[in-house]
Design a protein around this ligand. Structure first.
Ligand code: PBG
Length: 347
């Protein structure tokens, strides 16, 4: 039988909203979304971020309220970043049980218990006076192996504070194995280690630097990956898996969908993606300028991560999107949805 051009009609499967829904390959679910949150020591009111409209630096009180709201919306987990009042060369506040991040972790873990998954960013950049992700050697470079000791100490402090997942975002060689060993030796065998496997030295972290009041001069190119390199991500993946990572991550998201797809194809553990601050800002500001439809652009960007193979996504829109997904599920094929059927029905 020959295929007659014009009889094969892919458009058939696109003809109604119900049919499109039936044949969609991936879909978003609130539980796939992880909300990154910032908590800053010494604040009396939340502080809005100019580079990320809608995102704030939280007080402990506002953090708790926002965390409860996210959990009520069904998000999969919360990733916490802490901004201390005092910074020093080695980031002492990072592993101090009374440091802001550890206090916040305790607060959320105690309040939310097993209703959600509380995660901690495990990195020194928010805590060091020089803003680097590790401690410096005498020449001013980032000292990989000395940093591992600091990370292991942070891992223990965060696990003790109640964090269930530790996000190792510093890109030091050996960090997964080193922290895993320290956790196990202290009895924290169930604490999950998530490796930021392929984390690129990216301009898209720009607004995040405001969010954590970063002190960084220069860049992170000696430890984060070069945007030109994809193969290197698979090397990092091999190492993280061998070192015992329970989850791996690709970051940023949209500029690295090819890397995400390759990592997802190879990984034997869950793969997550971080839709970073600059990606958030691009959509928010383009929408503010009237250039794109905000909600559709947000959803399309998240669906792209699922299609490329991501299991869960860290996104600053997690609560909003989770709420929208819930409302849409409750209204399935009534109201809006059937209205869409009618308007979209004609060829
Ligand atoms: C480092 C860290 C960064 C981000 C998350 N963890 C900044 C960096 O590596 O420079 C960026 C997240 C974002 O841009 O949303 N602890």
């Amino acid at each position: 039988m020959t295929l007659v051009p014009g009889t094969v009609r892919p458009r058939r499967l696109r003809s109604t909203a119900a049919l499109r829904r039936l044949v969609s390959e991936v879909r978003l679910h609130p539980a796939d979304l992880i909300l990154p949150m910032f908590v800053k020591e010494g604040l009396t009111e939340p502080v809005p971020l100019t580079g990320m409209p809608g995102v704030v630096q939280h007080t402990l009180d506002s953090l708790l309220a926002a965390a409860r709201e996210a959990v009520a919306a069904g998000v999969g987990g919360l990733m916490l970043f802490g901004i201390p009042e005092h910074r020093d060369e080695i980031g002492s506040q990072a592993d101090d049980p009374e440091g802001i991040l550890n206090r916040a972790l305790r607060l959320l873990a105690d309040d939310l218990g097993e209703d959600t998954v509380v995660m901690a960013d495990l990195c020194l950049d928010e805590f060091t006076s020089h803003g680097h992700c590790g401690v410096l050697d005498s020449a001013g470079g980032v000292d990989n192996d000395a940093t591992l000791d600091r990370y292991a100490s942070m891992a223990l402090a965060q696990a003790r504070a109640g964090a269930q997942v530790l996000g190792l975002s510093g890109m030091m060689d050996g960090q997964v194995a080193y922290c895993r060993e320290a956790l196990d030796a202290a009895g924290f065998t169930d604490t999950v280690v998530m490796g930021y496997t392929a984390k690129y030295a990216s301009a898209f972290y720009g607004p995040f630097r405001e969010a954590v009041d970063s002190e960084l001069q220069g860049d992170r190119k000696t430890y984060q990956q070069d945007p030109a390199n994809g193969r290197e991500a698979l090397r990092e993946l091999g190492l993280d898996l061998a070192e015992g990572a329970d989850v791996v991550m690709v970051k940023p998201g949209l500029p690295y969908l090819d890397v995400l797809a390759e990592v997802a194809a190879e990984s034997i553990v869950p793969v997550w993606t971080y839709q970073v601050s600059g990606e958030y800002a691009m959509i928010e500001f383009a929408a503010q300028a009237g250039a794109i439809d905000r909600e559709r652009a947000i959803e399309e960007s998240l669906v792209a991560f699922k299609r490329a193979g991501s299991d869960a996504i860290l996104t600053y829109w997690a609560t909003e999107v989770a709420q929208r997904l819930r409302a849409a599920a409750a209204g399935t094929l009534t109201g809006n949805q059937s209205a869409e059927n009618h308007t979209a029905g004609g060829r």
